[in-house]
Design a protein around this ligand. Sequence first.
Ligand code: NAP
Length: 530
Amino acid sequence: MTITGKNHIGSSLTGDTDDTFYAINPSTGQQLDGKFYSANDSDIDNAVNLATQAFEIYKGIDKDKKADFLEKIADEIEALGDALIERAMLESGLPQARLTGERGRTVNQLKMFAALVREGSWVEAAIDTAIPDRSPVPKPDLRKMMVPLGTVVVFGASNFPLAFSTAGGDTASAFAGGNPVIVKAHNSHPGTSELIASAIINAANSSGMPEGIFSHVQDNGFHAGNQLVSHPGVKAVGFTGSFSGGKALYSRAQKRETPIPMFAEMGSVNPVLLLPGVVEANPVRMAEQYAGSITLGAGQFCTNPGLLIGLNSEALQHFADALGNAISDSKASVMLNKGIFENFRNRKAQMLEQYGIETISDTQDDNPDINAGSPVVAAVKASSFIANPTLHEEVFGPWSLLVRCNDKDEMTEVVKNIAGQLTITVMATESDLQEFSALIHLLREKAGRLILNGVPTGVEVCPSMQHGGPYPATTDIRFTSVGTAAIKRFVRPLSFQDWPETLLPPELHNDNPMDIWRLVNGRFTKDKIA
Ligand code: NAP
């Protein structure tokens, strides 16, 4: 399979500019095959204009056709075969098994959204029929459902080259909602992104989708992304990455003449409360479980457990010692790119210099030649943690900080001081849960997902998943970027008052031709309206 390096604008290969760049293999530092072209302003205009035209057709397209399109993307991705995995391995340094699993997740996400679209009830149709003789004023006929927003820009994520990039959850949910998508590829894996883009374009062509339903732009810098977010034709943005990048793009989206929703998932330290009963019961087993979670995928998960909070005791010391031993046994792992490796190295050094920090385990085994970062765990007293906001921030990579608290009140203060999170985990026995019930109740205000006796890494893709949390974890606490509910980011409610049926979408017709669940006069039903 040849990498063309050109930007895919609509279904044609264009965007062949003078500004070029190459992919770099993080585990060798070597330049990879394929020259990539940064999109220029006219490419961006072209992509947005085509998407705007495509929206006029796609927003009203039959739900089965839309579902077929999503399923065809999944098939086309599978048809890329080993070439996709091989390229992704070269560009990301991630192992084959991880990327094969991630491809499975990507394909399943697309199929899950196809099933959602086919079933149809996600539009949340609500109908209140008229009562013309109501006194003192007649009640109008009101019918409401979710409709798409328009062109969505998706920023590919470095740490999920497949499941959160070109045809990842953001793209799948935006398409499912009825929106055209323009992907700004992550420049860490441009070849992987191009292969997936070609799969989407093949699927769009073979399922008769309008020109411009999808465009793919590359850039070796921030210009194309900034232009896309500022473009008046763009209606929403999905992003996964750093706090600084997400915040900058969010501000840009809000400062436009017409502000737009920008759903940024910017990371989290995913605190874990180690309650005394469970620490006493099996400190060594829990340490091994957490060492695995901290080092999984070189710690490059947004749900990496970066903060462990426990009560001082002999058992907590056993836990810390066992965690240190397990971490010392783990090797440095190749990180996603040079920038992420250097960021990790600088950030862990900065953390280890902070007042009151005690290193539990640091193999000092970083290898800059292959961008391999070695894991570190450190500890600090709760009072020093509370006083120092630097210690509250994410270190993206295999890092975790144990906060030692003197008592329940101090642990409560630590929790009160942490910012919004994607996840918080509670490791507890039955009696811990009772004894710490007030503190546990407090956690609900702090995170999108509360885990009991598990690890935060591993995000199930299903309707009940919430992957999003209070700021700064994400820019909009109300939404998830994983699971079927992710579609809600890219749709909005539209209410029709007193319109004739011929001018209403079929979902709102009396005879329910889509056979979907609807809320009719306050009752969920599939029945026709008499
Ligand atoms: P990133 O730097 O935020 O980049 C994500 C995307 O946004 C890229 O396409 C990037 O463009 C673009 N971008 C970044 N800053 C921008 C700005 N100011 N204006 C316009 N566009 C901007 O994230 P990353 O490259 O994935 O990793 C960098 C750091 O982000 C990591 O070291 C880590 O700290 C954090 N991170 C966190 C998570 C998480 O889930 N918590 C995930 C990934 C990364 P380019 O492609 O041109 O760089």
